[in-house]
Design a protein around this ligand. Structure first.
Ligand code: SF4
Length: 260
């Protein structure tokens, strides 16, 4: 069954809302919510986020299994939520096709947010692909800066990170404050395991990236993603062979402790 297609653009009303400031009151509220939601289901966490922040609530997705699960849940809770993808120009064709399949099934058309320069312009400017020589700069230019732009006017964003994905993510709160983007950050799947996610995907027939069936547990840009061996860490195929583990979108907010 297909759903009517929504464009999932940011809300038009109130075009220049005040950015959210982390006041002591907000800090207390978020810490309390995070604690209260610790045993909640992803559906309950998303419903809380929608009640509290929609339409200033957004979600960034790279179309991983977790993002697909959140899109499925949003289609039942608030399908007009603004969902976007950082379209670096280096994504797999399978990833972009998944966007179409999700739109067809759930009516949620994930917006593609692109960097200022095309891949050809960017590589010409830097004398070749920067992902080979300076992947941090490449991620900064083609992901982090684009995300900063995409969340203008938003007060909260959701991500699909899970605590069991990697040591970097083990302390992720359910609700936290993301000081890099000045947004409340909600992780509805923080307490879920990989098998919880896949159980729901298979049970509900949620579309997922076909590359997962070819040995790619975690999929980002094609130059920085490899298949992994059975038993390897699920993010081992990302920036394989380098010390880099994250693209700069997730991480630092967890250092603040206490769930904020
Ligand atoms: S994941 Fe790789 S190709 Fe994609 S933005 Fe980062 S360095 Fe560039």
């Amino acid at each position: 069954m297909t759903s009517p297609l929504l464009t999932n653009q940011p809300a038009a009303a109130d075009p220049q809302p005040e950015p959210l400031a982390l006041t002591p009151q907000l800090r207390d509220e978020l810490a309390g919510a995070s604690q209260a939601l610790e045993q909640a289901t992803p559906e309950q966490i998303i419903a809380w986020a929608v009640d509290r922040f929609f339409p200033r609530l957004t979600m960034a997705t790279a179309f991983g299994p977790e993002g697909c699960v959140i899109i499925y849940l949003l289609s039942r809770i608030q399908p007009q939520t603004y969902v976007f993808n950082l379209d670096t120009g280096y994504q797999f064709q399978e990833t972009l096709e998944l966007r179409d399949r999700l739109a067809q099934k759930y009516g949620i058309l994930v917006q593609l947010k692109k960097p200022e320069l095309t891949v050809a312009q960017y590589e010409a400017k830097h004398g070749g692909p920067l992902y080979q020589t300076n992947p941090d700069q490449c991620c900064l230019d083609r992901k982090v800066k684009v995300l900063r732009e995409a969340v203008q006017g938003m007060h909260a964003w959701m991500s699909g990170i899970r605590r069991d994905q990697s040591p970097d993510r083990a302390a992720a709160p359910i609700v936290g404050w993301d000081s890099r983007f000045n947004l409340v950050k909600i992780s509805p799947l923080a307490n879920w395991t990989k098998s919880d996610v896949w159980k729901l995907i298979l049970q509900e027939g949620i579309p997922y990236n076909r590359l997962h069936d070819q040995g790619y547990p975690s999929i980002g840009c094609w130059p920085c993603t490899q298949s992994v061996m059975f038993g390897q860490d699920e993010r081992a195929g990302r920036w394989s062979g380098s010390a880099k583990t994250e693209c700069g979108l997730h991480g630092m907010e967890f250092e603040q402790g206490g769930g904020i």
